[in-house]
Write a protein that binds this ligand. Sequence first.
Ligand code: G1P
Ligand code: ZN
Length: 542
Amino acid sequence: MTAVTHRTAPIAGQKPGTSGLRKKTPVFMGPHYLENFVQAILDTVGAAGRTFVLGGDGRYFNDRAAQVILRMAAANGVARMIVGQGAILSTPAASHLIRLNRTDGGIILSASHNPGGPTEDFGVKFNMPNGGPAPESVTEAMFARSQVLTEYRIWEGQDIDLSGPGTARLGPMTVEIVDPVADYARLMEGLFDFDAIRAMFAGGFRMRMDSMCAVTGPYAKAILEGALGAPAGTVVNATPLPDFGGMHPDPNPVWAKALMDEMFGPDAPDFGAASDGDGDRNMVVGRGIYVSPSDSLAVLAANAHLAPGYRGGLKGVARSMPTSAAVDRVAAALGLPHYETPTGWKFFGNLLDAGKATLCGEESFGTGSDHVREKDGLWAILLWLNILAVRRQPVAGIMAEHWARFGRNYYSRHDYEALPAEGAAAMMAALRGRLADLPGRTFEGMTVSAADDFAYTDPVDGSVSKGQGVRVIFAGGSRIVLRLSGTGTEGATLRLYLERYVPGPDGLHEEVQAALGPVIRAAESIAAIRASTGRAGPDVVT
Ligand code: G1P
Ligand code: ZN
């Protein structure tokens, strides 16, 4: 085997978005595409003598891409690669391994909740030594590098056998193949009261965990059915498949419909949960009650002290701007600092590192804490289980008490998908141009108190991120937010976030879309989405 240098030419558009570089799989499989981007990563972060973690969610091309990355790492002088067995690692488990082994970062192969397969999506992202996604300054540098590089280096030779744990060598580089689940499971055991959860399952508590044929299958089997004694069959769709069995591995009421049907059916179990392609997202459902991610974050913040890992209380909480303000109300009641960041987990990293926040969350089915630097689907599910084991109440009872105490932030997101990119950009530009005229005007009986394009100054490093989404805030706490997705691979996706606050005690148990009716109509008056896209309504409502 020898290291060889291949000539290449920059490929346009290798610009990481909200969460790494995501493209259609055939694009990634195109000549030099993966190689160029990996070389740009290694040139940007440095390779010589380094140790990195490598793994992915098992989607189509995961195995091939991992072999290419290993050979490129070796040729670029990387000293050691810690690889999940079969090149598999959930995103939170990868984040944990990066931290546990004090590595120089890691490369994660995933397009998260996007479908996988030969014609679906693939992605590559780099996480920093703190275990969290690379910040914009780093991803911008990778992009810049990708636009000028003229060569990449790779070992020519055989594939490494990743099928079992052990150590292998690739030229001068050590490849350490590790069980993807073991270290992560130990971390969870240290945070949660496994005895209490075990007792709850032993007492007949029933759960359905839908792993959506994606990466959390083996993790959920080992932890829920193994360590916690949940009955066999509690975890469904537990075998990760390259095309996720044709499922769209996004844990929301639309794509996890089978789980929703079960939880609202006649013989519903006590608790339902699902996670996404790479295991960082989660959805939580009680018997006959869906818990919105924004509410879930708020409930977890209000109850985290019931789990051993958080017994000392929280240092603070953070949410992305479009996430509902439900958690802010908990923070205010508990006297905790709370932060509002732009969309994307990478913005939580500094707050977690600096000890300013312990819990973070996004409306997009992401919740996590300072145990890793990614959102973590199974972690959220286990924290819920710990809370249920201590409180011994059904999910519906916990939600009712929560709303009675803090009020309810009715919340929904409406997505308009695959819009022509230019039209969508023009619509947002026009809206931004009208923002200054909105304050003081009344829509559906609600008066606009503020309207802006969200900008964030990181309280730790002072970096500024502008243009993070249009907010129109009404007196009384109702709000609409509009932004374009940064993770899509086809045209533009417009996300419309809708929120209405009801303090209670009346009106806490309305149907969500009905409760949001005035806000939905106000959004159309203000942004003219249907009128300017020609669409009759959103493609996905969550
Ligand atoms: C979406 C979500 C965002 C999340 C990201 C990665 O990004 O909205 O909250 O952090 O996926 O999972 P978007 O497509 O909106 O840019
Ligand atoms: Zn994900």
